[in-house]
Design a protein around this ligand. Structure first.
Ligand SMILES: Nc1ncnc2c1ncn2[C@@H]1O[C@H](COP(=O)(O)OP(=O)(O)O)[C@@H](O)[C@H]1O
Ligand SMILES: [Mg+2]
Length: 327
């Protein structure tokens, strides 16, 4: 049998398995991004149902294992964001329950959720990312703040190490404000990172994988009406202008796509991801973070990137579903 014919047969098998399996769209969950996840989940569930899949919504709570068994879920479509959903926890549970699921596995999810660990791996692989300091539990935070004030160029962005949707992200221009903001961020979120502010165009690159071939979607540029792409700018219609393909030189866009594929690969992500950058004054895309379960709401970036590649929302959801059966 030719390679092509084999591939066609394999694809058909994947589709047959998915069309005949009960699919659970896992949404909601226990993170601070619960509301966003419910919006992502509602969109994905509607898409799967209209494509003819036997899909059911599962609102994730502590009893998720019982719900999955009760609904006889055979394949999990993850529309979760943040803690327990995007960080390897639900992935570990699903591994144990032997239920295939969309997107990255345990390790890549856990690292991708953590901005510090992602950036450390990026630095190791020479992927450009802004200078940063870490503030972890058990450290003398005052002493680290003194070090950060000396080593970092202000303004800086202070962020929780493991959060999303711009929750807890604060821009600080004055070094004297650092201690207070760090204390608050650590008290609220456990761990903080202070990263040099990169002045420039904000872009994001969506990646989707089909049997180990990773394709980069057209680069999306974000023009928030606020100071940066904060929670309000992300989820309110009209507060952020999407420009896709981005108004940046072709070489910069290609470079950003290559860097996105590089970080996706070195973190051993699977299926899809969305990688965020800010282009510095020299034209270099500086990595800010990777999202292993990108938002799928009506104002989210990932569906907009797909649309620019002529992939409509439903088709994107179907491509995401297929990643559950990737090796
Ligand atoms: N180093 C930075 N320089 C400039 N803006 C930043 C920087 N880091 C984050 N931002 C702004 O804050 C937003 C949220 O930060 P991000 O690291 O993407 O966290 P989240 O996981 O909450 O989306 C970004 O979309 C961007 O607008
Ligand atoms: Mg982000």
């Amino acid at each position: 049998m030719s390679h092509r014919a084999k591939q066609a047969r394999k694809l058909t098998m994947t589709d047959i398995i998915l069309k005949t399996s009960r699919i659970g769209v896992l949404m909601g969950g226990l993170s601070r991004e619960r509301e966003i996840s419910l919006r992502s989940g509602a969109g994905c569930l509607a898409a799967l149902q209209s494509l003819g899949y036997n899909a059911v919504g599962i609102d994730v709570d502590r009893d998720v294992a019982e719900k999955l068994r009760g609904e006889d879920v055979r394949v999990a479509f993850l529309a979760l964001h943040g803690k327990y959903g995007e960080d390897g926890n639900i992935q570990g549970l699903l591994e144990m329950m032997d239920i295939p699921y969309t997107g990255s596995r345990v390790l890549a999810s856990a690292i991708g959720m953590n901005k510090v660990r992602t950036k450390q791996i990026a630095v190791f692989h020479k992927i450009p990312t802004a200078a940063f300091e870490i503030f972890e539990p058990g450290q003398d935070l005052g002493a680290v703040c003194i070090k950060a004030k000396e080593s970092l160029r202000f303004p800086v962005m202070v962020k929780p190490c493991e959060e999303g949707s711009s929750l807890g992200v604060v821009k600080i221009s004055e070094p004297e404000e650092l201690v207070d903001v760090i204390m608050h961020t650590c008290a609220d979120y456990g761990c903080a990172i202070a990263e040099e502010f990169v002045e420039g165009d904000e872009i994001t690159v969506g990646l989707i994988e089909n049997r180990r071939t990773v394709t980069a979607l057209p680069v999306l540029q974000l023009k928030p009406s606020s100071d940066f792409y904060d929670y309000e700018a992300k989820y309110n219609h009209g507060m952020t202008e999407f420009v896709v393909p981005a108004e940046i030189p072709d070489e910069t866009a290609t470079h950003a796509q290559e860097l996105a594929m590089h970080i996706h690969a070195v973190l051993s992500c699977r299926g899809f991801s969305r990688v965020d950058f800010i282009i510095d004054s020299e034209g270099t895309p500086q990595l800010t973070e990777i999202n292993t379960l990108p938002g799928m709401t009506e104002t989210s970036d990932f569906p907009a990137q797909a649309k620019a590649a002529n992939i409509e929302y439903e088709e994107l959801v179907q491509k995401m579903l297929r990643t559950a059966l990737l090796p």
